[in-house]
Design a protein around this ligand. Structure first.
Ligand code: ADP
Length: 193
């Protein structure tokens, strides 16, 4: 099964992806996680991405497209994958189409988690407060200024990706404001049909 989860920061993509991984035995490919790992490891990609990410801006399409192309060729992707945080621009969506065609792969669904922006800011603030209380490191882009930028990037660059898939009849919208289990159920119903 090959899926894309779309939705703004804080929409719950990570939580739902985790559940889908367990249920279907597929892997979650989060470009955000992969880039954070590259930053931590100090790789050439990480060095390029570090400051851009901290500001809440998007890393260049070339970098993330390259990362994903390498990753989907790994043996653990054989049962399928969930793309989380990719594609984030229409150019990335076009590059993904080309790469899937090259690898003889086809997407099963694109699922968009729809959420209210005011609630997103609250969710992320809660997440940061809880992590701080537990003594965990907070992401460098989980501050008010960077969060604003991330939402702005989503509106300007990623919302058109939803339209891109909608125009191809591949988009399924789910109410991301519903309780977590209900969101899981709504996604399961889409995948069952
Ligand atoms: P969130 O969805 O919470 O904003 P992510 O973990 O998906 O966070 O991404 C964090 C940051 O990593 C983004 O703000 C951006 O700088 C970079 N990034 C992740 N995925 C992509 C992508 N597909 N294209 C460009 N930049 C990306």
């Amino acid at each position: 099964m090959k899926l894309i989860l779309l939705g703004p920061p804080g929409a719950g993509k990570g939580t739902q992806a985790q559940r889908l991984v367990e249920k279907h035995g597929i892997v979650q490919l989060s470009t955000g996680d992969m880039l954070r790992a590259a930053v931590k490891a100090g790789t050439p990609v990480g060095l390029k991405a570090k400051d851009v990410m901290a500001r809440g801006e998007l890393v260049s399409d070339d970098i993330v497209v390259g990362i994903i192309e390498d990753r989907i060729a790994e043996p653990d992707c054989i049962n399928g994958f969930i793309l989380d945080g990719f594609p984030r621009t229409v150019a990335q969506a076009e590059a993904l189409d080309a790469m899937l065609t090259r690898h003889g792969l086809k997407l099963d669904a694109v699922i968009e988690l729809e959420v209210d922006e005011a609630i997103l800011i609250e969710r992320i603030e809660t997440r940061v407060a809880e992590m701080t209380a537990r003594g965990e490191a907070v992401r460098p882009d989980d501050n008010a200024a960077a969060l604003h930028k991330r939402l702005e990037a989503y509106r300007a660059q990623t919302a058109p990706v939803a339209s891109y898939y909608a125009s191809r009849g591949a988009l399924h919208a789910v109410d991301g404001m519903a309780p977590i289990d209900q969101v899981t159920k709504a996604i399961a119903e889409i995948l069952d049909t």
